[in-house]
Design a protein around this ligand. Structure first.
Ligand SMILES: Cc1ncc(COP(=O)(O)O)c(C=O)c1O
Length: 688
């Protein structure tokens, strides 16, 4: 895994490049003045005037490569502010090169095609520089300074197009804006260049880095076209009328700083060095269109969504190409990784949390005539697991502030149960939304009343309780995680049982796989031979496969990043919704949630009721949800004799709770949309 730092992290290039997650690369955006609220990648601050500071930071984050995207790129600005152009295009570039030299970090510098007088087509890397303006001059001087400070640097001369961030439009963005708004775009028909898409550019630079290229490389397309022809290609590919693009001559624009009329570069050196060719500009624009469509697809905002990167995909593909796709090495590695993360002795990957809960109950000996208690505000799997074992189920009401099982209600219920001589064998507290239950109290009650504990931590991998990872089983016998796609990390479907108890560990492993053991010490007799195994219990096939485990392993590398993003989103909701019509989720001081869900509660309001608010969200394409319908309300449970009686808090919760979107890829804009809907609830009637 290579760490690439983009200096000028908010620049057009850094922003469009880092949208393409490539396997084996970890991107970090270095910022100076601009803040990025919803950056997908880690950001750091760099003082570009201070070489020692840059070097120290590069060492700290263990950078392998710096891609310098800093530049004062507006030709007119450079002409108006030459001192700033020198500082940005020469001095800062030179500082970064020195810092890279000191730290042994590879420096890649993004230069320009604006370095020549424009009298020659297809300039190559040997062509003498002959800049016409301050921009060209300072970029040329920047290149020289970098190579003299750090001769191993890689200088990229280019001119790119791509999808820019909201605050910075690229040339193709500007053309598309004109096309969409049907406002004429006047483009030069006498200025030539060799534009390349950011996707193609970045892929080629990655290859150059991998091959330890140094010195100057032109990274551009094969075709030399005018800006007008480029506009026509964009219009044709995106299906807009060509008439919106109009030809004009550079000579017709008054007061324009002198510019080269031919900026075309030759890519021969690049193609020869890499042994590749560059796709046609038309093909690159087609790819740009497809990317745009994929990005626009999210017209609806789900409440939760998986985040699967190219690296995750590559890891899965690697396993598919390997010898093992079921019970191979990835499973054990995944189990160890989760167990080590949580600080637990044993972990068993299963094909779902539902299966994991079932075998947890079996391992604890839950059977006919036993009693299992859980929270009514959970997914039905939390209680179904006991029914699979023919046990009886009951529910403990929730706490009014955490919405988790109330330790006070549990104690009351235990006192009554003891009096009736019908205590539970197992209690299953559920860490709703990723906030841990008050496990110290529940654990103390388990000692007093003699029940076992299975933590349903389906929502809570990455959360902590009293500063330690949830899943460490310090207060329970077994903990269970879910890796369903909406959860914190995913294996498509999947779950895991964790325990510190060696006996339980053996039983869980056995129940997961047909009740079979291959350990001689557990067998009823000496093995018949090396093939021998014994079935000791009636087990199941609840195993995860290696393909899923590979995805899980790769996702585990991103767990902390996911949690950080979820916490940032939750904090922002807390602030934005502080004085709104809804109550935001309260957090117990012992807990630090993984924020699988962000649950708001609508308090009594004369303008809108719970159902209307829910429907208003859905009508606006915000796919909110209710987590959960109290389990005792399900017809299956009503048929078992449950009523709504005795669950006052759960009933109140069900009348008020709504889960609003939270997932790592949720943008600030999307979050603002969710918040604005809560802030203006009276628009309900207007939506229809
Ligand atoms: C609290 C809880 N427990 C158990 C499960 C079951 O998880 P899985 O879908 O992995 O079987 C879920 C899934 O939504 C859940 O939310």
């Amino acid at each position: 895994m290579k760490t690439i730092v983009f200096t000028g992290g908010s620049s057009l290039l850094a922003q469009s490049w880092t949208k393409y997650d490539l396997p084996d690369y970890n991107y970090i955006l270095a910022l100076n003045q601009r803040k990025l609220e919803d950056s997908k990648h880690k950001t750091i601050f760099l003082d570009y005037k201070n070489v020692a500071h840059i070097a120290e930071q590069l060492r700290l984050i263990k950078a392998d490569v710096v891609v310098n995207c800093i530049g004062l790129t507006s030709v007119e600005d450079c002409e108006d502010k030459p001192a700033l152009a020198i500082e940005t295009n020469v001095e800062i570039a030179s500082n970064i090169a020195s810092a890279c030299h000191q730290t042994g970090v590879k420096m890649v510098h993004i230069s320009t095609d604006h370095l020549f007088d424009g009298t020659k087509a297809f300039s190559n890397e040997e062509t003498q520089l002959s800049p016409l303006n301050v921009y060209g001059k300072t970029k040329g001087e920047g290149e020289k300074a970098i190579l003299s400070n750090n001769p191993d640097s890689l200088i990229i001369r280019t001119n790119f197009f791509g999808w820019g961030p909201a605050y910075k439009a690229s040339f193709s963005d500007k053309i598309l804006k004109s096309l969409e708004g049907e406002t004429t775009a006047n483009l030069f028909n006498d200025v030539f260049y060799t534009p390349i898409s950011v996707k193609t550019l970045s892929e080629n630079i990655h290859q150059l880095i991998d091959k330890a290229a140094k010195g100057v490389f032109n990274v551009c397309s094969n075709e030399r076209i005018t800006k007008y022809q480029f506009g026509l290609l964009i219009a044709a590919t995106f299906g807009y009328p060509a008439e919106i693009i109009q030809p004009t001559s550079i000579t017709e624009v008054a007061n324009l700083t002198l510019r080269p009329k031919d900026m075309s570069l030759s890519n021969h050196k690049l193609c020869a060095f890499l042994g590749t060719s560059i796709p046609s500009i038309e093909e690159q624009i087609k790819a740009l269109k497809l990317e745009g469509e994929a990005r626009k697809e999210r017209l609806v905002i789900p409440y939760g969504r998986q985040d699967v990167s190219e690296k995750d995909i590559q890891t899965v593909v690697d396993v598919l190409r390997s010898d093992y796709i079921t019970q191979g090495p990835a499973i054990y590695k995944f189990e160890r990784k989760v167990a080590d993360y949580c600080g637990t002795n044993y972990a068993y990957a299963c094909n779902s949390a539902t299966s994991a809960l079932h075998i947890a109950c079996l391992a604890l000996g839950v059977g006919k005539d036993d009693l299992v208690w859980t929270s009514p505000i959970s997914f039905v799997a939390s209680s179904n697991c006991a029914l699979y074992c023919n046990a009886e189920v009951d529910f403990v009401d929730i706490d009014s502030s955490s919405y988790n099982m109330s330790p006070a209600a549990l104690e009351q219920k235990l006192i009554q149960a003891k009096a009736k001589g019908r205590l539970p064998k197992v209690v299953i507290p559920v860490h709703l939304s990723g906030q841990s239950c008050e496990m110290d109290k529940i654990h103390a009650l388990s000692k007093q009343y003699g029940f076992k504990i299975i933590e349903d931590a389906s929502h809570a991998i990455g959360a902590t309780y009293k500063g330690k990872p949830v899943g460490n089983c310090n207060y329970s016998d077994i903990a269970v995680f879910s890796f369903h796609p909406v959860k914190i990390i995913t294996t498509c479907e999947g779950g895991m049982c964790l325990t510190n108890d060696a006996t339980l560990s053996n039983l869980i492993g056995r129940y997961r796989s047909h009740g079979i053991t291959r350990q001689a010490t557990e067998m009823s007799k000496a093995p018949d031979g090396p093939w021998y195994y014994e079935q000791l219990n009636l087990g199941l096939n609840y195993r995860m496969n290696d393909v899923q485990a590979a995805l899980g392993l790769s996702q585990m590398d991103r767990l902390d990043e996911f949690i950080e993003k979820r916490r940032t989103i939750a904090k922002r909701y807390d602030e934005l919704l502080k004085d709104s019509i809804v109550e935001t989720p309260q957090q117990h001081p012992d807990t630090n949630s993984s924020w699988h869900l962000y649950i708001i509660r609508l308090k009594k309001n004369k303008n809108i009721n719970h159902r209307q608010l829910f429907e208003q969200f859905r009508a606006a394409g915000i796919l909110v949800n209710i987590h959960y319908i109290p389990i005792y309300r399900q017809p299956y449970y009503q048929n078992l004799g449950f009523t709504n009686q005795g669950f006052e808090e759960a009933e109140k919760y069900y009348e008020e709770a709504i889960s609003i979107p939270i997932f790592p890829g949720l943008t600030s804009e999307e979050q603002n949309k969710v918040v604005s809907l809560i802030e203006q609830p009276i628009g309900f009637q207007n939506l229809f």
